[in-house]
Design a protein around this ligand. Structure first.
Ligand SMILES: Nc1nc2c(ncn2[C@@H]2O[C@H](COP(=O)(O)OP(=O)(O)OP(=O)(O)O)[C@@H](O)[C@H]2O)c(=O)[nH]1
Ligand SMILES: [Mg+2]
Length: 335
């Protein structure tokens, strides 16, 4: 007899036998696992360690359908290579860039869209949204209707991009379906596929996000984690920098301007993080961290996974001191 039942919040298989194992619920009558119940009602969180191999299998199964896929990315934490998803899924795909509200209002949506369109990405369309501020959600729904091949539309992307929040928003705006997916600021909230019927023509399918092993969020404590994720619009901090000067962000990263003409560094990071600037290189703060050196070209960003990015205008040599396992990379300036 098959009496399998999955949690409505995160998709995990429910069980009432072992309190220590995932999917536990006090009664099989419940629709939520205990973990989701606690996140929803008490804002609690229990870290779940899952392997990306499992998630990749889920993505591959999405690739086996002919359905439309929304690839959701967090604008402050765009992956180094967003085309990587194409290794698993060749379906028609819309690139949905979420959390526009976190970037300064002065940054035009149009500009971000063009940035990605000019890179000739393998997506049908690029749409910039803010789920939080309900920005462009109507337009997104229109485009989903335009591209969808069946009722089913899959929502994929890295963990914390806001996939479940987006589905909840579409549910709230356009359906009577009273269910809600579990969302949380911590990684790996959704654990399996979850189907959500919006109407007779559209069912959105949530998936667990891929975990960024190189994200700073994996290397900080709870308090720092809270500070890292911006809750409101970022106020960029610009520093006029000469060679030999350095910028230190909390105890997380040190950025030394080693060589080059007078320069301008603009930090797009959470407003809650403390930044110090050293006017000479006599200070050794954080120099015990691992060092990597970038030869910056004109108008590039240094992206620090999980933290944000630094826009550097002029060419020059920059040393970054940071935990050796945190991913950093450069790209053409986003802003
Ligand atoms: N500022 C801002 N925050 C957002 C937005 N959308 C989602 N978030 C926040 O991002 C965090 C992650 O949201 P989730 O919906 O749980 O992300 P997810 O992609 O489903 O994550 P996983 O289930 O772990 O793969 C939550 O704290 C949300 O409140 C947005 O448009 N703006
Ligand atoms: Mg989720």
């Amino acid at each position: 007899m098959n009496n399998e039942k999955h949690c409505m919040g995160c998709g995990i298989l429910l069980q009432d036998q072992n309190v220590l194992q995932e999917g536990y619920t006090t009664s099989m009558e419940n629709s939520l696992c205990q973990r989701c119940f606690r996140i929803k009602n008490y804002g609690e969180y229990q870290v779940v360690a899952k392997s990306n191999d499992e998630y990749i299998e889920i993505l591959k199964s999405v690739g086996q359908t002919k359905d439309l896929v929304l690839y959701v990315a967090d604008l402050l934490n765009i992956e180094k290579d967003i085309t990587e998803i194409r290794n698993y899924i060749q379906n028609k795909m819309i690139l949905v860039l979420n959390k526009k509200d976190v970037l300064p209002k002065s940054v035009k949506e149009e500009k971000i869209r063009k940035y990605f369109e000019n890179m000739e990405m393998p997506f049908e369309e690029v749409i910039v949204i803010s789920t939080e501020k309900n920005q462009n959600i109507d337009y997104l729904l229109k485009r989903i209707k335009f591209y969808q091949t069946t009722n089913n539309v899959y929502v994929v992307g890295h963990t914390n991009a806001g996939k479940s929040t987006l589905i909840n928003k579409l549910l709230k705006n356009y359906s009577d379906n009273p269910n809600e997916l579990t969302i949380s600021p911590l990684p790996s909230t959704t654990l399996n596929m979850v189907k959500m019927e919006i109407n007779d023509y559209l069912t959105l399918i949530d998936t667990p996000g891929l975990v960024d092993v190189g994200s700073m969020v994996n290397f900080v404590d709870k308090d720092m984690f809270k500070k890292l994720s911006p809750k409101k619009e970022i106020k960029p901090k610009t520093y006029q920098i000469k060679k030999g000067q350095a910028i230190v962000i909390e105890n997380l990263v040190r950025i030394d301007y080693r060589e080059g003409e007078k320069n301008s560094f603009t930090l797009y990071i959470s407003n809650d993080l403390k930044v110090k600037r050293f006017l000479n290189n006599r200070h050794d703060d954080l120099k015990d961290l691992s060092r990597r050196t970038y030869e910056m070209k004109y108008d590039e960003d240094i992206v620090i996974n999980g933290l944000g990015f630094i826009k550097i205008v002029n060419p020059g040599t920059v040393d970054i001191y940071i935990n050796k396992d945190i991913e950093t990379f450069t790209r053409k300036s986003l802003i």
